[in-house]
Design a binder for this molecule. Structure first.
Ligand code: 13P
Ligand code: SF4
Length: 314
C-alpha cells in the first residue's frame, strides 16, 4: 500500500468504526492535522472536557494525552474511553507524583488547592477545584480574597495567574517541557526580522517569553486572537499543531512558529501528543483498546473538583 492509500484506508475504517461503535472522536489542537480533520470536536482542554461531559455517544475516543482521556473517564465512569496510545503522558502530570504532592500540601493545612487539569486523577482527588488555562484566572478569583491558595502543578501558569489576579499563590514546581524551552533570545531575533508581526503565547511559557507577547492565553484564546487581530503576521509561541486550525481560519496570514532553544530539534512539538497517529487511532477503535480504567472510588473523588470547574465555566 502506498502512503496515500494507507491513509485513505485508515480514514475510511475510522469513519466506519465511528458509526459501528457509536463513538465520538475528540481531538486537541496539538494532534496531527489528519486526526484534527476527522474528529467530531477539536478544541482546547476545557472545550474537550465539556464535550466529554455532555456526550450521548457510547464510546469516547480521546485523541490527546492521558490526563485528558482520564478526565473523560472521570466524567463518564460507565463508558468505554479509548486513547490511541496509553503512554501519551505529560511532563506536568508526570512531574506531580500524588504521594509527594500530598506530603507537600500537608505543609499548608489552611490552603485550598487549585489544580491545573494537566494532572493525574490522584492529584485531582486532592484538589478543591480544577482549572484549565482558559479559566484559571476565573477559578482563582472564585475563592474569597483572603483564602490562601495552592496552585499546581504548573509554576509558570501559576505565576501568570498570580500576576493577573494579584493573589499570592503557593506554587508546585512543575513545568511543561514544550513551553519551557522556547528561546527568549531567538524570539527577540524573530521579532526583529518581522517587525510587522504580533506575538501570541501560551501561559505555560516562562515570564521571559510572556513579557514579549501581545496576547497570552489558552490554545482557543490564541486562535480567537489570530482571527481578530488586524496584523498580517503572527509569531505563535505554543505547540505547532495549533498552526493547522490557525492557517485554515486565516489563510491570508503569515504564521511563524516560535523557535526552541536548539535549532536542531522539533522542540515545539509535544512528544506525548505526537504518540497518537492515524494508524493507532484506527487500531484502538478496531480493537476497543487501549482503554482508560479507573478505580470507581478515585473517579468519584476526582469528579468533585472537576464538576466545580464545569459549573463555573457554563
Ligand atoms: P489548552 O488547550 O487548554 O490551552 O492546553 C494546552 C496544553 O498544553 C494541553 O496539554
Ligand atoms: Fe503536557 Fe506540555 Fe505536552 Fe501539553 S504540551 S501535553 S502540557 S507536555
Amino acid at each position: 500500500m502506498t502512503q496515500a492509500t494507507s491513509t485513505e484506508h485508515h480514514v475510511a475504517e475510522i469513519q466506519r468504526l465511528r458509526r459501528e461503535l457509536d463513538a465520538v472522536i475528540l481531538a486537541h489542537y496539538y494532534q496531527e492535522s489528519a486526526i484534527q480533520d476527522l474528529a467530531d470536536h477539536v478544541g482546547d482542554s476545557l472545550f474537550l472536557a465539556q464535550r466529554a461531559a455532555e456526550t450521548d455517544a457510547e464510546v469516547i475516543v480521546f485523541c490527546g494525552v492521558h490526563f485528558m482521556a482520564e478526565t473523560a473517564k472521570i466524567l463518564n465512569p460507565d463508558k468505554l474511553v479509548l486513547l490511541p496510545d496509553l503512554s501519551a503522558g505529560c511532563s506536568l502530570a508526570d512531574g506531580c507524583p500524588p504521594d509527594e504532592f500530598a506530603a507537600w500540601r500537608a505543609q499548608y493545612p489552611d490552603h485550598q488547592v487549585v489544580s491545573y487539569i494537566n494532572c493525574s486523577a490522584e492529584t485531582k482527588a486532592q484538589s478543591d477545584m480544577i482549572c484549565t488555562s482558559s479559566n484559571a484566572v476565573k477559578v482563582v478569583e472564585s475563592f474569597p480574597a483572603d483564602q490562601p491558595l495552592i496552585f499546581a502543578p504548573d509554576r509558570f501558569l501559576g505565576r501568570w495567574v498570580a500576576r493577573q489576579t494579584g493573589r499570592d499563590l503557593v506554587l508546585w514546581h512543575g513545568s511543561c517541557e514544550v513551553h519551557e524551552v522556547f528561546s527568549a533570545i531567538r524570539l527577540e531575533q524573530l521579532r526583529e526580522q518581522h517587525p510587522e508581526a504580533v506575538v501570541a503565547a501560551h501561559p505555560e511559557c516562562p515570564e521571559i517569553i510572556l513579557d514579549q507577547a501581545d496576547h497570552i492565553g489558552s490554545t482557543s484564546s490564541i486562535l480567537a486572537f489570530a482571527r481578530q487581530t488586524p496584523a498580517r503576521a503572527i509569531i505563535v509561541v505554543t505547540e505547532a499543531g495549533i498552526l493547522h486550525q490557525m492557517q485554515k481560519e486565516n489563510p491570508e496570514k503569515l504564521l511563524i512558529p516560535a523557535p526552541g532553544a536548539d535549532e536542531t530539534c522539533n522542540c515545539n512539538l509535544c512528544p506525548y501528543m505526537r504518540k497518537n497517529t492515524l494508524e493507532k487511532l484506527h487500531a484502538c477503535m478496531r480493537d476497543r483498546e487501549p482503554s482508560l480504567e479507573l478505580d470507581p472510588d478515585l473517579a468519584a473523588r476526582a469528579l468533585v473538583p472537576l464538576e466545580r470547574m464545569l459549573a463555573l465555566s457554563r
